[in-house]
Design a protein. Structure first.
Length: 201
């Protein structure tokens, strides 16, 4: 399907138009809403639902517990859009995988989660001879990241490696294309038969 693809390693459906993950149980309403506006009883949605039912995928909020945390480091997922390079990754504890895009939010995380307060000098330009971007012992900067779900409890940022070689198209991706190609042929064939009813009499 042009709008939806499937990432087998994450068992996740991704809308290529909106560049977000979609729960299986929410797929029908997602495709009916902006910017897709597909009819609820239309052939496109019916085909998508039928295809999704064949996949082992994350269907509901409770299934999000099966999504690995953190999401394993790998190449960016193209369907989620371009990876952003301004991530800040907490390195206080090995068990903390928090990635944040804004320094203020990182300071808040350090204070609330690790009881670390970073004291800043007076506002304005840094003193002559100092580096405004000095490395921190608490977080790593310049981390590339993406986000899978936009607003759910698994909407955290996750790290990606922009230098990693993208995976080859999976067998599942080939199966997706074959499914919708065959489905389209069947629909067109049925439509042709309905236009020529005399051949069955």
């Amino acid at each position: 399907m042009d709008q939806i693809t499937y990432i087998p390693s994450l068992r996740t459906l991704i809308c290529k138009t909106c560049r977000v993950g979609v729960l299986g149980n929410s797929l029908r309403s997602h495709l009916h809403q902006f910017p897709h506006h597909m009819p609820l009883q239309g052939e496109e949605i019916k085909s998508a639902i039928h295809w999704v039912q064949l996949l082992d995928h994350i269907r509901s909020e409770s299934d999000l517990d099966t999504l690995p945390y953190p999401i394993p480091l790998g190449p960016p997922i193209p369907e989620l859009g371009e990876a952003l390079p301004n991530g800040l990754k907490c390195i206080v504890e090995p068990s903390c995988h928090k990635i944040i895009s804004k320094p203020k939010e990182m300071n808040r995380h350090l204070r609330k989660s690790h009881h670390i307060s970073i004291h800043h000098s007076k506002r304005g330009r840094p003193a002559k001879g100092t580096d405004a971007h000095m490395p921190s012992p608490y977080f790593q900067s310049g981390v590339y990241y993406q986000r899978l779900f936009p607003s759910r409890r698994r909407s955290e940022l996750f790290e990606v490696n922009p230098e990693a070689r993208p995976a080859e198209p999976s067998d599942q991706e080939v199966a997706i294309k074959d499914f919708f190609k065959n489905r389209s042929l069947i629909v067109r064939k049925d439509a042709g038969m309905m236009e020529q009813p005399d051949q069955f009499t």
